[in-house]
Ligand binder design. Sequence first.
Ligand SMILES: [Zn+2]
Length: 303
Amino acid sequence: MKFGPVVHFTWACATLSSLVMLGCAGSHSASSESGIYVYPAVSRCGTETPSREVRAEVERDLAQSRQVYFHSTLRIPIYVHVIRKDYGVENGDVSELQIRHQVNYLNQVFARSTQSGTVVFQFAVASIDRTTNATWYQFGVDDLGQDAMKYALHKGTARDLNLYINGMNNGHYGWSTFPWSYQASPLRDGVVILNGSMPGGSAAPNNLGNTLVHEVGHWLGLYHTFEGGCSTSAGDYVSDTPAEATAAQGCPVGRDSCTGSQFPGVDPIDNFMDYSDDGCMTRFTAGQIDRMVSSYSLYRENR
Ligand SMILES: [Zn+2]
């Protein structure tokens, strides 16, 4: 995999995370102030953390039915829904080749993410449809109208990934539903990504395809690595991802935001479930793979 250049960034957004609504979030593109690039990484994912009650229930269910070892690869069909403003790549009409590059990249990542030597997930494009709709093109996670889009286009079952590709205008690069939400809202299930986040897209430095990898992580039951901050009890419920106080931005190698003997290890800024730049993200941990397999098994396989 070829990584993009490490970008310069400032901690303005990280240190002023409480001011997200005042302007750190809100743009896909880099802006320049005094020659220093500011990337709005704080907001790169719009996936909403479930309530404490839901999280507790999920952990109880997963603990009771944990199925860790798979002996064959789980194959996941992807129904791709391209939302465009008009014809032409400049209007979000991404090419079939670009979609295949994105899915190939997703498969490369999961080919490295094995359990007991077996590749656990493999994805394949099942169909591609294209819808011209300027309103749907702009939908972000907070737009209630997205239900109409999903209800109209959704295909398949809990085992199928519905991937919507649009030009969301709210500063995020993508968002996803969690597997435990499927039963109550099957037609809302799926992942939405910004078209520019796909390999070769316009959202540099986050245009290597890791937005989809990150969102598929959510779709298979993962939380952000910084969930819960410096917590020894909950966090992302994965034991081999060190606790992290806040989302990482750029590529702060060696950052250690949760210190003390109860928080061993530096921040997992190279993890796909952080907010680092695409070129900085390289791995899921074994614990995350186990959690994805367990979540798939419990909430998707037989639904
Ligand atoms: Zn996320």
